[in-house]
Design a protein around this ligand. Structure first.
Ligand code: BES
Ligand code: ZN
Length: 632
């Protein structure tokens, strides 16, 4: 059971949750002014207006679970005649809208909110006759906002204070700010956040490193970013520097452990810069969230949001930092123009991650990460039912973009780039990628744009190496190209041998597992047959202490085996795992295994019922989908 498999599980569940209602066509009166086609996941009429800058001003109310205040959007007019601005919202209470020009006073204007689409939310239509280009919206969020998670003190690590965090990717920014919620639009911003003392508010933006906890915080993001990267968190946070430009924000009991675990972050930055060009965002800090955070990491600019489950104590899961940091080039600097181009974010980022892990921790560590990813991809391809979902060009129109969070964009995308690297040589390919980032810095890009660049910069100058037909197969064929370079790890070959010995009846004491990496343990468990008997399970657990859950990535694979084989002695620890973690990748696969039998499903429903309040709205949806209890 692997990361990507789990992502697939999530995606399939999200599919089940998605509505079959037709998706409204976005209002897009004029001819496209950009090279990108209209985004099927946004109502925003970006051919008429483009947000250039915004000012956000919000109060954080933990008692009511509401953010309230206003946003001022400063727009570029792309269509001089346009008289209506269409924005994205979901579950927002819109209180007042006023419009004007940059320097003049704002006056109230007419607006209307369309009916709610289950995937896209509600279009907000604002009368904005020329020459007006500035809009102020006074609004409040609702407690169930899909992009917010409000935690009680008990749900935090230190259990003293409440906590709030946002998760805007893919299309959840609209649940806490009315805006043009499409990665085709980039804007800078300023923000002022008021939060109850003594809590600290942080944003993915420039901020004072360790400010006075006076309840009033200011932020500025000078670089233009897409809306899915807007991020805020409020909690009892401490600050600990790791280098001049890297630090940890975390709850008091976590901050020192996190700083030790991620002390190689500065080195990762330096290696990344040496290959891909300067880091353009100033600082790179990490915010460690309470365990309810539904993802492993989120690449919010200047401030990656991360799950505490990667603090393993031995740096075994730090590739997550390499990954989120790599997004500073692939994703945050050069951004997928729509969610159908998601592989341009995640496939590139996975390639960069593996590349950096090899640089810092050696070739075989990179090979292990690649091989686990490739195995996950094979399982995912076998499981997916839509052919286009197996390609790098899925058709997401009318579907929730979270449906595309599978191994395909991540691992197939990375294998495609590894293939090109193999054909053209590492030096040539590194230089090519650096040029891609430099040439498209702070722009949103489509797959056709990448293909044109690839052709001009790599294929034509080096003729006869890779054909157009081969490229086409990488993008569009539902099967993997025959010339895929499948990763091989020497350390994994050794694991295969030991697993065979165990399955052949060897005593666990005789297995040569000393010094195995976390990735080797994952691979060991992933390769186990569907059925193991109680004696085998007992022997594994007794010898390797698998139920202790010390390493969450290993524990997840183990508890999948426990659930599949109904190994009751480990149920208490499995239940503890499910109740203490909100990261979907680590819990959804276990629920899914449990749901396969009637008894298991009953147990899973009972655990979910007790754990649900602690899960993020996105995770609640995913698990309810797996358990067939959407209305529970
Ligand atoms: N940007 C993604 C997380 C994401 C994707 C959130 C789609 C919402 C929608 C992030 O960079 C990511 O890939 N996280 C992985 C980390 C892993 C690949 C190291 C995760 O959360 O597991
Ligand atoms: Zn990513």
């Amino acid at each position: 059971m692997t990361r990507t498999l789990c992502l697939t599980v999530i995606a399939l569940m999200m599919t089940a949750c998605a509505t079959s209602e037709p998706v409204r066509t976005p209002a897009s009166p004029a001819a496209p002014a950009t090279s990108a086609a209209t985004d099927p996941h946004s109502y925003a009429n970006t051919t008429a207006f483009a947000t250039r800058h915004f000012e956000l001003d919000l109060d954080v109310d933990f008692d009511r679970r509401v953010l309230s205040g206003h946003v001022v959007l400063r727009l570029d007019r792309r269509d001089a005649q346009a008289a209506t601005l269409v924005l994205d919202t979901r579950d927002l209470d819109i209180r007042a809208v006023s419009v004007g020009t940059a320097d003049g006073a704002l006056t109230p204007t007419a607006f209307s909110l369309d009916a709610r689409d289950p995937v896209l939310g509600s279009a907000l239509r604002i009368s904005l006759p020329p020459p007006a280009d500035t809009v102020r919206i006074d609004y409040a969020t609702q407690p169930q906002a899909s992009g917010l998670q409000w935690l009680t003190p008990e749900q935090t690590t230190d259990k003293q204070h409440p906590f709030l965090f946002t998760q805007s990717q893919a299309i959840h920014a609209r649940s806490w700010i009315p805006l043009q919620d499409t990665p085709q639009i980039r804007s800078s911003f300023e923000a002022r956040i008021r939060a109850p003392k003594p809590l600290l508010a942080v944003m993915a933006a420039e901020m004072q490193a360790d400010p006075a906890r006076d309840g009033d915080y200011r932020f500025e993001m000078p670089q233009p970013i897409p809306s899915y990267l807007i991020a805020l968190a409020v909690g009892d946070l401490r600050f600990q520097a790791m280098s001049e430009r890297t630090a940890i924000y975390a709850e008091p009991s976590v901050v020192a452990r996190a700083a030790a675990e991620f002390e190689d972050t500065e080195v990762m930055m330096q290696r990344s810069e040496a290959i891909y060009g300067p880091y353009r965002w100033g600082r790179y800090d990490l915010l460690i969230l309470p365990s309810a955070f539904p993802y492993g990491g989120m690449e919010n600019p200047r401030l990656t949001f991360a799950t505490p489950t990667v603090i393993a104590g031995d740096k075994s899961l730090v590739s997550l930092v390499a990954h989120e940091l790599a997004h500073s080039w692939s994703g945050n600097l050069v951004t997928n123009a729509s969610w159908g181009d998601f592989w341009l974010n995640e496939g590139f980022t996975n390639h960069l991650t593996y590349r950096i892990m090899e640089e810092i921790f050696g070739a075989d560590r990179g090979a292990q990460e690649r091989a686990l990813g490739a195995n996950d991809l094979k399982e995912t391809l076998a499981r997916l039912t839509r052919d286009d979902d197996k390609t790098l060009l899925p058709d997401l129109a009318g579907r929730d973009p979270d449906d595309n969070v599978t191994d395909v964009p991540y691992e197939r995308g990375a294998l495609f780039l590894a293939y090109l690297e193999d054909r053209f040589g590492r030096d040539t390919f590194d230089a090519f990628l650096r040029k891609w980032f430099d040439a498209h810095a702070f722009q949103s890009v489509t797959t056709p744009q990448f293909l044109a660049f690839l052709d001009r910069e790599l294929l034509q100058p080096n003729p006869g190496i890779v054909s157009a037909a081969q490229i086409d197969a990488w993008l569009r064929s539902p099967t993997m190209p025959a010339d895929t370079v499948w990763p091989q790890s020497a350390a994994f070959a050794q694991v295969d041998a030991e697993r065979s010995r165990f399955l052949g009846g060897s005593d666990t004491a005789q297995l040569a597992v000393d010094g195995w990496s976390t990735r080797q343990w994952q691979y060991f468990l992933d390769g186990m047959p569907e059925q193991l008997d109680a004696a085998q399970l007992q022997a594994l657990d007794a010898a390797f202490d698998l139920s202790s859950g010390r390493n969450a990535a290993i524990a997840t694979r183990w508890f999948c085996i426990v659930a599949r084989n109904t190994y009751a002695p480990a149920y208490p620890q499995m239940e503890q795992h499910l109740k203490s973690i909100g990261r979907m990748l680590l819990i959804v696969p276990v629920y899914r295994e449990l749901a396969k039998t009637e008894d298991g499903r009953a147990l899973a429903r009972r655990i979910y019922e007790e754990a649900r309040a602690g899960y993020h709205p996105i995770a609640q949806d995913a698990i309810a989908g797996v358990l067939g209890s959407k209305d529970a």
